[in-house]
Design a protein. Structure first.
Length: 230
């Protein structure tokens, strides 16, 4: 996808290389990118260590389908991990190598984002953080389950999550509720929409700020939580 920043960067490259700007991604422009200007997407099997335009396009497709990676045109360890998660999601052999089956699976639409009820009675504002959303609210606001499911995690979680609850439904859709001040569920418990998950707490960034962090994953694919609850 050619957004405004990408277009501006390409035009800057064309000016530096003294190329005509009529054809935004013509052969001379791609040639000026060196190894990152070739080959075309889908023309070879991709594996760790490869560099090229096709790798960058492949990384974009992984992100588009909910499997984040740095996306620098280098097939690195992070790309391998994202690919393996996607292959498992798509029911393919999870070998970390992108061949015809993987490309065909990426041609299919990404998983749709469900529309969910808000987990909070009072949301001051919503901030997207990647595919997650942080819902600012007063401290100790009651957090309600947005979907029925089974609790698969209910404990303190490292890396800024704090007290966290994760539920999973029969389709494999996981809802993560993080930054909690209190947990009111236990692992293995089944919940219905509207059930009390716990109380919202500190974000972990600053004690003057409280929020609920919400994340959605469908069998490993990250869905857009901001779109799901807005």
């Amino acid at each position: 996808m050619l957004g405004p920043q990408t277009i501006a960067a390409v035009k800057a490259l064309q000016r530096r290389a003294r190329l005509a700007s009529g054809d935004l991604l013509g052969s001379r422009t791609l040639s000026a990118l060196g190894r990152l200007g070739r080959p075309r997407y889908g023309t070879r099997t991709l594996r760790r260590g490869l560099v090229g335009l096709d790798v960058a396009g492949f990384q974009f497709e992984l992100r588009y389908h909910g499997f984040p990676n740095r996306g620098r045109g280098v097939f690195d360890a992070q790309t391998v991990a994202a690919l393996i998660r996607f292959q498992r999601y798509a029911g393919l052999r999870a070998d970390g190598v992108a061949g015809r089956g993987t490309f065909e699976a990426l041609d299919r639409p990404p998983p749709p984002t469900p529309k969910l009820r808000t987990p909070l009675p009072d949301v001051q504002h919503a901030t997207p953080i990647g595919n997650a959303v942080e819902l600012a609210c007063p401290y100790a606001t009651a957090v309600a389950a947005v979907l029925a499911g089974k609790v698969v995690f209910a404990a303190n979680r490292p890396r800024g999550y704090g007290y966290t609850v994760i539920t999973r439904d029969a389709r494999g859709l996981e809802i993560t509720y993080a930054h909690l001040a209190r947990i009111d569920l236990r692992e293995g418990q089944r919940v219905v929409p509207g059930a009390l998950v716990g109380l919202a707490g500190w974000t972990g960034k600053k004690r003057a700020s409280t929020s609920l962090r919400l994340e959605l994953r469908l069998r490993g694919a990250e869905l857009n939580a901001y779109d799901a609850v807005r």
